[in-house]
Design a protein around this ligand. Sequence first.
Ligand code: AMP
Length: 220
Amino acid sequence: MQDIILIAPPAAGKGTQAKLLSSKYQIPHISTGDLLRSAANAQSELGDIIRKTMESGGLVTDDIVLKLLEERLTKDDCQNGCILDGFPRNIAQAESYLKLLEKLNRPLGDIIYLDANKEITKKRIIGRLSCPTCGAVYNDQIDDNKPKKFGTCDICNGPLSKRADDNEETFEKRYKTYMEETYPLLNYFANKGHLFTVGSGISKERTFNEIEKIINRGRI
Ligand code: AMP
């Protein structure tokens, strides 16, 4: 299987689609946000820098992200493909990524843009709750997505928590960062003939279906 790269505004459903793909196609889900969140937990100067940058809604520097990504991509479980969620985030990262692929002798996979409008993504962010134990994600502002019991995970009964950067103020900054830094990637990859667009505003099942048509094209 080729790598699948998901590009989208904050809370457009990258994490949800990546989990669905990972479970169906048995390839790892690599979220640079998750890699950085665990690096930010370290009691070190680097951990502090990462945490502060993430809380501000800005991007962590490319060298830190690239190092974490290279370490992850060279693990055995990535050798049959992976799903990249949240990377690349700007043109410089895309260029470094293409060099890294060359070094690792790995082809550039399918780049899928999840298109969702700003008001929908804002609602998803403000209400987003996740389970730190099993990774399930809920939303207390969207009826179909609320946990059955307030504050508790339906799957493992663990307590749900809110990400520090999931608030309206940080959302606006993250959205601005997305438009300035990440959005230009769409043209960049379209020019390389590797970009596919999928609507991600209606239902996760419909979005997943569209993604599957893309990654399985030519196989049936
Ligand atoms: P995410 O979990 O993808 O929403 O990312 C959360 C935050 O982690 C972002 O707002 C950035 O601060 C940081 N981050 C995640 N991926 C990257 C990346 N590829 N480059 C720089 N910063 C990133």
